[in-house]
Design a protein around this ligand. Structure first.
Ligand code: PMP
Length: 395
């Protein structure tokens, strides 16, 4: 091994470990359902993005098995050579229907999708206004595009309008785009899309919404754009197939022209093998279920509302969330980590989230109640919260 690489790795790994910033990953010994097994222990799982419990739904696993039997384990090539199987097109048709757009394109992940879509449309002569709390994959996609990046204060419409005016008046740029998460993953607040769309009209901005945490959750499951009825105004509806949809993959839904362009110009579509047939078939099945039946979505909201109300009633600080994402804000980073460890010892799996993922001094644990939790599981978790919350003087 290169001496230089060895020194680089050793010194940086030791540095992270000495500061308590090295994230040790514990594997699950069970599927990622409402109860999980970790380190031989059965725990109530409040950390997954499996909002609707579909990741372990038999209808999806059956669709995946049937697809493997029909199409094999792998897609065999990138989409543009001969890796486009009919199941990919069926998935994309279902996605467009689900999102209320003319067409859709799928990618191997939501992360990949942001890298793909932003850089296929935006370039060096363009400008991107980006909410400061946008997901890492949006930040990386913006950087990759080479466009000028202007950070906009989080959900601050005055700041957005002022910066949009400034970039337009400067005359320095060609295309301009505003990018936002639909639902912000650390606080659970919803982007102010109606105001964003108005500002976008005034300053001729494209609107790009990454709805990783809104799809399956808002708009009776169809997402944040549908929640506000803005399917015609939002240019790019981005999402992941890995959270509420329960599988893996990412997508863009939009006009036929946009999708046609992405099929010839987005690099992960051109140069990375298509999602597996099993993933495509399971995701398609998941969308069909969500289209036909809103009961899982209703159950998610019922569980999340119950859980959040009980935590608030006990005196926990749950922040500004408007969605099932339920942070319990602790403040001090070390205290947040210790709190999470004690919950674990008592039987609740909920990860602490600290700086730099969230601002310094706002360390928290982030609860993700799902449609798959029973009331008994939530009550057991709440009893543990009450006990540990008192130990930590949080309530
Ligand atoms: N965008 C947002 C807003 C996300 O929260 C995530 C998931 N962490 C992603 C994109 C990435 O999605 P995926 O896990 O499918 O790569």
């Amino acid at each position: 091994m290169s001496k230089e690489l060895n020194e680089f790795l050793q010194s940086n790994l030791n540095d992270l470990k000495s500061k308590g910033l090295y994230n040790e990953i514990e594997p699950l010994q069970s599927a990622n359902g409402p109860m999980i097994q970790v380190g031989g222990k059965e725990l109530i799982n409040l950390s997954s993005n499996n909002y609707l419990g579909l990741a372990t739904d038999e209808r999806l696993t059956t669709a995946a098995k049937e697809a493997i039997d029909k199409w094999g384990a792998g897609s065999g090539a990138v989409r543009t050579i001969n890796g486009t199987l009919e199941i990919h097109l069926e998935l994309e048709k279902e996605l467009a229907k689900f999102k209320g757009t003319e067409a859709a394109i799928s990618y191997q992940s939501g992360f990949n999708c942001n890298m793909a879509a932003i850089s296929a449309v935006m370039g060096k002569k363009d400008v991107i206004l980006s909410d400061e709390l946008n997901h890492a994959s949006i930040i990386d996609g913006c950087r990759l595009s080479g466009a000028k990046i202007v950070r906009v204060n989080h959900s601050d419409m005055e700041d957005l309008a002022a910066k949009a005016k400034e970039v337009r008046e400067s005359g320095l740029y060609e295309k301009a785009m505003f990018i936002t998460d639909g639902v912000f993953s650390m606080d659970g607040d919803i982007a102010k899309l109606p105001e964003i769309v108005e500002i976008a009209k005034e300053f001729d901005l494209m609107v790009y919404v990454d709805d990783a945490h809104g799809s399956g959750v808002l708009g009776h499951g169809h997402g944040t754009v549908k929640h506000f009825g803005l399917e015609k105004e939002v240019d790019f509806q981005i999402g992941t197939l890995s959270k509420a949809i329960g599988v893996v993959g990412g997508y863009v839904a939009g006009t036929q022209d946009l999708i046609d362009w992405l099929k010839v110009r987005s690099r992960p579509f051109l140069f990375s093998t298509a999602v597996s047939p099993a993933d495509a078939a399971a995701a398609k099945r998941s969308l069909e279920i969500l289209d036909a039946d809103t009961s899982l979505n209703e159950k998610l909201w019922e569980n999340a509302t119950y859980f959040k109300e009980k935590l608030n009633a006990m005196g926990f600080e749950t922040g500004i969330s408007e969605t099932p994402i339920t942070p319990v804000i602790i403040g001090d980073e070390q205290k947040a980590q210790d709190f999470s460890k004690r919950l674990y010892e008592e039987g609740v799996y909920v990860k602490s989230i600290v700086f730099p993922t969230v601002p310094l001094g706002t360390g928290r644990v982030r609860n993700m109640p799902t449609a798959a939790h029973t009331k008994e599981m939530l009550d057991n978790a709440l009893a543990i919260y009450e006990k540990v919350g008192k130990e930590f003087d949080l309530i």
